[in-house]
Ligand binder design. Structure first.
Ligand SMILES: [Zn+2]
Length: 258
């Protein structure tokens, strides 16, 4: 990523972040679930919209496309192939590289089905835009895929470097950390993260981006393969845990009712 690039969140809907990648002149926005805050923010910062990136078809990630493309004409709307999203102009698949007309930040595509079947993530050397697949200390609900798919999508994300900054699309961190603490009551990294996120939130700041090193140490879904945690998990969920996927499914089921 060019060093003069900046990434900031545009708050939208109840708890969405629309990430705005920009060089001070041109901007690319990720998952605009609402057009109005994007237009307001681009105007405020004097930015021209270069492209829209979409990770998956849910309305809180796509509902702003129509209005944005009527205001900013002829910009590419890039999203996954086989998506229900209306208004996509460029379809992408695993391992493709996305480049923009003006903003110098080529991104690679990862297919990460599970939350939805069309879900993709985009990443540079330093930044990952993962939509609703990975959250800080959490992961998306499995609406369309299977636990096997979601686990393997998270494993794919985990193959990226520790230093990768993780730009998630919802401010769910504190609730996720409270759950993480229930799953791993003795994990001191989770306690430390709770304290630092509470400070950020009480100062009105986002808890994001996260990074993959932190996620590996606090995210119960990425830690589902730690066998020494399985007896505790079995006791709490009353589910048989025989491998990483069944551990992941048990943690996901527990979180859905938490
Ligand atoms: Zn979603």
């Amino acid at each position: 990523m060019a060093s003069d690039l900046n990434i900031f969140p545009i708050q939208a809907l109840s708890d969405n972040y629309i990430w705005c990648i920009n060089d001070g002149c041109y901007a690319v926005v990720v998952d605009p679930g609402d057009a109005a805050p994007v237009i307001e923010s681009l105007n405020k910062h004097g930015l021209r919209l270069d492209a829209i990136l979409i990770t998956h078809h849910h309305a809180d990630h796509t509902a702003g496309i129509q209005e944005l493309t009527s205001v900013y004409k002829n910009i590419p709307v890039i999203g996954p192939k086989n998506s229900k999203t209306k208004g996509l102009t460029h379809l992408v698949a695993e391992n493709e590289t996305v480049s923009f007309a003006n903003l110098d930040m080529p991104l690679r595509v990862l297919e990460v089905p599970g939350h939805t079947l069309d879900h993709v993530a985009y990443y540079s050397d330093t930044a990952l835009f993962c939509g609703d697949t990975l959250f800080c200390a959490g992961c998306g609900r499995i609406f369309e895929g299977t636990p096997e798919q979601m686990w393997s999508s998270l494993q794919k994300i985990c193959s990226l470097p520790d230093t990768m900054q993780v730009y998630c699309t919802h401010e769910y961190t504190l609730a996720n950390l409270n759950f993480a603490q229930a799953v791993e009551p003795n994990n001191e990294d989770i306690q430390t993260a709770i304290e630092s996120v509470k400070q950020l939130r009480s100062a009105g700041l986002p808890s994001l981006p996260s990074n993959l090193a932190l996620e590996r140490s606090i995210n119960p879904f990425l830690r589902a393969d730690i066998q020494e945690n399985w007896p505790f998990l079995e006791k709490h969920t009353q589910q048989k845990v025989a491998n990483s996927v069944s551990a992941f499914a048990a943690i996901r089921g527990w979180k859905d009712k938490f």
